[in-house]
Ligand binder design. Structure first.
Ligand code: 3PG
Length: 306
């Protein structure tokens, strides 16, 4: 009987766990749950004899992967898989997948909510501004980015996008104005919403050159990864521009410094919560479980990322 471990420091909604359990039961698999573990060593111990693993932002390090003697597949129930040591997994012939698109709507809704929150001065009672008529630049037009664009149009925003991996015609057919360079996006848009993954090309790529170009009343919105920001440059922009705001679902390393000096102009969620809705948990959790069944039963490798 194959063993499936769901290891989540930040647990799924109960309904999602129940659904994953059911998919495993129907397939004749044993279901094991490790939630809210306090120490990585608990995760390392739990993987020892499992065949399949479902995680969220949990760190599937080389230590975890090496400890997992029978592991054949890891599914990241979500989009970003920068928390998984792909090299270590590939070296052990372990298939790694994500579940693209399954939690995107939750993240997109949060992005718009955070935009309104900052435009209205964090609901502090002073006169803020409206999103209507403002230019929003979407940096990477994948599942989340394109949904943010769609919702923003409902607010009457003008939506621009930059994505070197998607044809301009496709971007335009989805209702955004495609621009040719990152520089053009940042120079044009008062609001920028980040949807790039964290990898060796993007880490620290959101820098002074880009941020300093943003028009008056700039707001940078990050529901992607903190690693893509050059934090020294971010701090410099905060110091040089009193109109600049930063709102992020992932607190930066310089959180305290930003909050104590520029508290009115920044906001960070206490815990990454973009994908933290029952719907997103259920969608991503069920997709992950079904992908495991598809792989173990039929060798289906759709959504393999390594
Ligand atoms: C993702 O990459 O899917 C999001 O960042 C959500 O991550 P989470 O499942 O850890 O909330």
């Amino acid at each position: 009987m194959a063993k499936v471990l769901v290891a989540t420091v930040k647990p799924f909604a109960k309904a999602a766990v129940d659904s994953i359990r059911q998919v495993c039961k129907d397939a004749g698999y044993e279901f094991i749950l490790l939630e809210k573990y306090a120490d990585q060593s608990e995760f390392v111990k739990a993987v020892e004899d499992v065949d399949a693993l479902i995680i969220r932002s949990d760190k599937a390090t080389k230590e975890v992967i090496d400890a997992a003697k029978n592991l054949k597949i890891i599914v990241r129930a979500g989009a970003g898989y920068d928390n998984i040591d792909l090299e270590a997994a590939t070296a052990k012939n372990i298939v790694v997948m994500n579940t693209p698109g399954q939690n995107s709507n939750a993240v997109a809704e949060l992005a718009l909510g955070m935009m309104v929150y900052m435009a209205r001065n964090k609901f502090n009672g002073t006169a803020g501004s409206e999103l209507k008529g403002k230019k929003l630049g979407i940096h990477a037009f994948g599942h989340v980015g394109s949904l943010v664009g769609e919702i923003a149009k409902g607010f009457g925003m003008e939506v621009y996008a930059f994505d070197p991996f998607i044809a301009k015609e496709k971007i335009e057919s989805m209702g955004a104005k495609a621009v040719d360079t990152e520089e053009e996006l940042y120079s044009t848009c008062q609001y920028i919403s980040l949807h790039i993954p964290a990898n060796e090309h993007t880490k620290k790529s959101i820098n002074f050159n880009l941020l300093s170009r943003m028009p008056e009343g700039a707001t940078l919105l990050n529901t992607a990864r903190k690693e893509v920001i050059n934090e020294d440059d971010l701090l410099r922009v905060f110091k040089e521009r009193d109109d600049f705001k930063y709102v992020s679902d992932i607190a930066p390393d310089i959180k305290e410094e930003l909050e104590s000096n520029f508290g009115e102009r920044c906001f960070f969620t206490p815990k990454k919560m973009g994908a933290q809705t029952a719907e997103a948990n259920i969608n991503a959790g069920i997709a992950a479980a079904k992908q495991i069944v598809g792989f173990l039963e039929k060798g289906d490798t759709t959504f393999k990322v390594n």
